[in-house]
Design a protein around this ligand. Structure first.
Ligand code: UDP
Length: 313
């Protein structure tokens, strides 16, 4: 297949490019590089089935020739990023999704939207099933991301129902692995970098908020299975092993062999505003429809990620 990956120079996008190339596809990565980096695709330069186009998908997209599938991964995706880039985050989720759907329609391509567990907001249902509508504050600091992705899902279903575009929606829960940006502000790079530097690990709030972390190779496997399936309604992909952020901090200290201590802090800013108290995907649907479940344990994934960060801190 000839496949377009928007956000192809990002953390997830670049891993998807690697996977699709290894499967024998031709891949076009598109990225405006505001949060992505060519470092993530440097190793693909010169590959005869790989192309990179620097372009902002909120503007008209022109691609010559056929396209069989489009994977729409372009978006700032860490809380710090979308707090610094609120308007671009809304634009790429709304205008960008519209442009990319228009391209998929014109090319007769299958379209897959990278959506997010943030569509559930600070959830009142636990663990989160796909039929839960969410609890989102539209005007809070996270609203720009949450609402953009909710709009993107609505637009995807509208193109599916109105124009018969063959669409897929994956709701991605916290994912980690090599190529996360050291300074993207998320808990995995923050804690690993702090531990490797011997600095205090900064746990925000009371630390009893929970997350469930999925290793990147498992996530990509789930996304690609969904792409090849017939399911047009949203599917959660993530690792259901849930833990408190405080326990996660202890785990990072242990796995890095660091002497760092752990500090509870209350940032006087948007970092903790509307921070979801709990998050865990219910993945029964992915198990049933895609035969998918995570294979990489948290410790194994973290060891690989720590090794990758060790050379870069
Ligand atoms: N967090 C933290 N310390 C940090 C960074 C994040 O305690 O240095 C917490 C944050 O408040 C949230 C969780 O870790 O409860 C996950 O944050 P992240 O930014 O990774 O993504 P989110 O899941 O909130 O989108």
């Amino acid at each position: 297949m000839r496949i377009l990956v928007t956000g192809g120079a990002g953390f997830l996008g670049s891993h998807i490019c690697d996977y699709l190339l290894a499967e024998g596809n031709e891949v076009i990565a598109m990225d405006n590089l505001i949060t992505g980096s060519t470092d993530n695709i440097e190793h693909l330069a010169g590959h005869d089935r790989f192309h990179f186009i620097k372009h902002d998908v909120t503007n008209y997209i022109y691609i010559e020739g056929t396209i069989d599938a489009v994977l729409h991964f372009a978006s700032p995706a860490s809380p710090i990023d979308y707090l610094e880039l609120p308007i671009q985050t809304l634009q790429v989720g709304a205008l960008g999704t519209h442009k990319v759907l228009g391209l998929a329609k014109a090319k007769g391509a299958r379209f897959l939207l990278a959506s997010t567990s943030e569509v559930y907001g600070d959830p009142l249902i636990h663990p989160q099933t796909e039929d839960y509508w969410g609890n989102v504050n539209p005007i809070g600091p996270r609203g720009v991301y949450d609402e953009a992705k909710r709009f993107a899902e609505a637009m995807t279903m509208a193109y599916h129902r109105t124009h018969n575009v063959d669409t897929r929606i994956v709701r991605i829960f916290n994912t980690f692995g090599p190529r996360m940006r050291l300074n993207d502000g998320r808990v995995v790079p923050n804690f690993i970098a702090q531990a490797l530097r011997g600095e205090s690990l900064t746990v925000y709030g009371d630390g009893i908020q929970t997350r469930s972390f999925c290793y990147v190779s498992d996530l990509i496997d789930g996304v690609c299975r969904l792409l090849l399936s017939d399911e047009t309604e949203p599917v959660n992909v993530g690792n259901p092993q849930e833990m408190t952020i405080l326990d996660f901090a202890y785990k990072i200290v242990e796995l890095t062999g660091s002497t760092s201590d752990i500090t509870l802090m209350q940032p006087e800013d948007v970092r903790v505003k509307d921070d979801p108290r709990v998050r865990q995907p219910d993945i029964s649907k992915a198990r049933r429809l895609l035969g998918w479940g995570p294979k990489v344990s948290l410790d194994e994934g973290l060891r690989k990620t720590i090794e990758w960060f060790r050379d870069r801190v």
